[in-house]
Ligand binder design. Structure first.
Ligand SMILES: Cc1cc2nc3c(=O)[nH]c(=O)nc-3n(C[C@H](O)[C@H](O)[C@H](O)COP(=O)(O)OP(=O)(O)OC[C@H]3O[C@@H](n4cnc5c(N)ncnc54)[C@H](O)[C@@H]3O)c2cc1C
Length: 306
């Protein structure tokens, strides 16, 4: 827990971010979790996943963007991604972060930016997933999502909830009334005990409870986890309730538990892999290390191997 918190603290450290991003041997090590530097490299990786029976969610890494021009550039990048998905015929939707579109400075700007991307995806018959970030922006993220969902269809835009947050059960009940497509994950940020369950057991118990609520709703949701216990609980639940394999999808991150991803696809489950790319990999990469501190040793070993 100490290591997790320390790594999450470092994930927000600007000085270390600048150093790591410029230090080229470090960048090489990110390839386990980051598909590439640009759209075309990422398309090549997604093609491989598609060939294994997995779909993808294309993600341009960037967050906490405060310059308006940079948020506009993020929008243009997503429009390019959506266009290239159509050109190439790869099976992929997109994931966005609202702080990438200016949430830390102006929710109205953020809404306009997100709306442009969702409108383009809707026109193309594609889908935008709004990732969930730290608890300081949970409410405003939900508010913007609900506005978008009011304007666009259930198959145009979806949201993410985190089982570590105490508030999430209430949020899920509200979101299901709309209704909305939801990705369920455990949560990847450093949160105080007032807002998030500090014990892993409570996070996991809540995950199973929320998974059951979601999969009983008749809406197509994403069960995002690498945890074999959560996956087993999901498979047992849908089997018991007679919920079809096509009524939901499992989701995992690029580079994590690849064998399990392939196995679930072979077993006939819908399997979507979240595929991030781009120069701003540092906070995402650090969160992946925090999830499994053993990854730190993997990184160190490879760094000093040269
Ligand atoms: C598709 C997808 C989208 C996500 N979107 C969001 C989001 O929008 N907001 C958010 O807060 N979080 C998001 N997350 C991250 C999530 O919240 C968790 O931090 C992450 O998935 C680890 O939790 P877990 O369910 O895999 O279970 P854990 O209990 O953390 O891990 C279970 C087991 O999985 C393996 N594992 C987990 N992570 C790693 C790793 N990085 N490297 C190697 N092995 C690992 C380990 O063997 C571990 O023992 C997303 C995760 C996925 C899969």
């Amino acid at each position: 827990m100490v290591t997790r918190n320390a790594l999450l603290y470092l994930s927000r450290h600007e000085g270390l971010k600048d150093f790591a991003t410029r230090f080229s041997p470090f960048k090489k090590l990110t390839t386990r979790f980051v598909a590439g530097e640009d759209i075309e490299q990422t398309i090549a990786e997604i093609r491989k996943l598609n060939a294994l029976g997995c779909t993808a969610s294309f993600d341009h890494l960037n967050e906490s963007v405060t310059r308006v021009e940079e948020t506009n550039e993020e929008v243009r990048e997503y429009l390019r991604i959506l266009s290239r998905i159509d050109d190439t015929g790869i099976r992929s939707n997109v994931s966005i972060k609202l702080t990438q579109f200016g949430l830390d400075v102006d929710p109205e700007l953020t809404y306009g930016n997100a709306r442009t991307v969702v409108a383009d995806a809707a026109r193309r018959g594609n889908f935008v997933r709004v990732d969930m970030e730290g608890s300081a922006v949970t409410q405003v993220t939900l508010d913007i999502f609900k506005r978008l969902r009011g304007e666009f269809g259930i198959d145009d835009v979806g949201i993410v909830v985190q089982s570590y947050l105490r508030r999430t059960e209430t949020d899920v009940r509200e979101l299901l009334k709309i209704p909305a497509r939801i990705r369920l994950c455990k949560g990847a940020y450093n949160e105080p005990p007032e807002v998030a369950f500090p014990d892993k057991k409570d996070v996991d118990d809540n995950y199973i409870k929320l998974m059951r609520m979601l999969l009983s709703s008749g809406v197509y949701h994403g069960i995002a986890t690498h945890d074999p216990r959560m996956i087993e609980a999901t498979i047992n639940f849908v089997g018991r309730e007679g919920i079809g394999k096509n009524a939901f999808e499992f989701q995992m991150l690029y580079g994590v538990r690849r064998n399990l991803q392939e196995q679930l696809a072979r077993d006939g489950y819908n399997m979507r892999v979240y595929v991030p790319y781009g120069k701003h990999w540092y906070p995402y990469f650090m969160r992946r290390l925090a999830e499994r501190p053993a990854n730190v040793w993997f990184v160190m070993k490879n760094m000093f191997r040269g």
